[in-house]
Design a protein around this ligand. Structure first.
Ligand SMILES: Cc1ncc(COP(=O)(O)O)c(C=O)c1O
Length: 411
């Protein structure tokens, strides 16, 4: 039995805060967006957290995101609905590094989590809180991975899930969502069109809208990527983090995690440069970054085969852009051809099958080396947010007739 899942530990949530205006909202109540329509962030009594945990105390606990309980919102241990969220490994791409003449970039491989993606982090937290707050039905738009994680954790929490995805969402995700008991609908539009249906359904049917950043707890789960990374690297952060950015919850969450870790004295003031990676066919954050804007206009005709980052508009756009700018990072778009090449090279050279979104971060690192955004000796972490097995793979096999003559020289 994992002690993190059964031990009663103190919790330190004080209130929720509007990310735009700073207005306070009471904890332990159901909340969506703030009054001005912006994400709510969970705040903790950080001096008290600092007294409760230390590097040594954390080192004694088993791995996995629930070890950071004092920095998480779930008050009662009985509300934790875990599927065994373990620590995800850091894997250096040695062959890729050698061929680029650079220090090997390190992949944080989030594909090892339940339901095969980092969405498990956010959704285990959101559904544990939904259970704690007594919610009965949740609804969500998804590009695939988030819906799969939502369905799994909702099943475990005994909560009904209604999921809407673009019609061309990777098939395995759509079927996985239904297999885990959710009602899933394919919509002839993009994720924000699905989000509108969820919003209307919330009004008509009383569903709770679990869209990313429209409720306060998915970001708290995603934040654990930053907590875990810091601990894995011996409480020293890398020089740069390349993050495949759709809604940007992971990037915003890690940025929040680093601030909290500094406030409780586990790290210093140094920060990695946060690099938001998008696809050329859907790059609203890159465009806003380049124009010096704080909000990103909706991207028209969004397209890329990296489904998870096909997000034309993000409710947390200003939080992504603030974090990127404050960190001294930047936003960059890569082409689908570069993504495919990166996926192929990492699989063949280093034996690591990245998802397309993970491939986008490798493609962006290669560009950064070429254009001087990153030096060859810098320590870089790339986020591979899902298992490469969740996406259609090209068929590169040959066929043999078992009784026919075999041309051995051709094999
Ligand atoms: C594999 C993958 N990478 C990246 C993303 C984007 O994540 P975020 O919403 O944190 O920007 C998603 C979201 O669907 C995803 O599934």
């Amino acid at each position: 039995m994992n002690i993190n899942l059964v031990a009663d530990r103190p919790t330190f949530v004080t209130h929720l805060e509007c990310s735009m205006t700073g207005e306070h909202y009471p904890a332990d109540q159901v909340h969506g967006l703030s009054r001005v329509g912006r994400p709510l962030l969970v705040r903790y009594d950080l001096p008290a957290v600092a007294r409760a945990i230390s590097r040594d105390r954390l080192a004694e606990r088993p791995m996995g995101l629930w070890k950071y309980r004092e920095l998480l919102p779930v008050r009662n241990t009985a509300d934790i609905i875990s599927l065994g969220e373990g620590e995800t490994p850091l894997i250096p791409l040695d062959a890729i590094g050698r061929s680029a003449g650079a220090r090997a970039p390190i992949v944080k491989d989030e594909g090892r989590l339940p339901t095969g993606s980092f969405k498990a982090r956010g959704l285990v937290m959101a559904l544990s809180m939904a259970k704690a707050l007594g919610l009965r039905v949740i609804a969500m738009p998804t590009n695939g991975n988030a819906g799969a994680a939502a369905a799994a954790y909702a099943a475990r929490a005994g909560i009904e899930a209604v999921i809407f995805c673009p019609a061309d969402t990777p098939e395995v995700n759509v079927r996985e969502i239904a297999a885990q008991g959710a009602r899933v609908w394919r919509v002839d539009g993009l994720i924000d069109d699905c989000g509108k249906i969820v919003g209307e359904g919330a009004r008509h049917r009383g569903w709770f809208d679990l869209s990313t950043l429209k409720e306060p707890y998915r970001i708290e789960g995603k934040k654990t990527m930053g907590l875990e990374l810091a601990e894995q690297l011996g409480w020293r952060l890398p020089d740069a983090i390349f993050y495949p950015t759709g809604g940007g919850t992971g990037l915003i969450g890690m940025w929040k995690a680093f601030a909290e870790l500094e406030a409780i004295g586990l790290i210093g003031a140094e920060r990695p440069r946060m690099i938001a990676v998008q696809a050329e066919g859907c790059a609203p954050i890159v465009r806003a970054f380049e124009r010096g804007e704080r909000h990103a206009e909706r991207w028209q005709d969004a397209h890329t085969y990296a489904a998870g980052i096909r997000v034309p508009a993000a409710v947390g756009d200003f939080l992504i852009l603030d974090a990127v700018r404050d960190s001294g990072g930047y936003a960059v778009a890569v082409s689908d051809a570069e993504i495919e090449r990166a996926v192929t090279d990492a699989a063949r050279g280093d034996g690591l099958l990245l998802c397309p979104e993970g491939g986008a971060t490798l493609a962006a690192w290669r560009r950064a080396l070429a254009d001087g955004h990153v030096r060859p000796d810098e320590q870089v972490v790339l986020f591979n947010c899902a298992s490469g097995l969740k996406y259609p793979l090209p068929d590169r096999s040959g066929s043999l007739k078992r009784e026919g003559p075999i041309d051995w020289d051709a094999l």
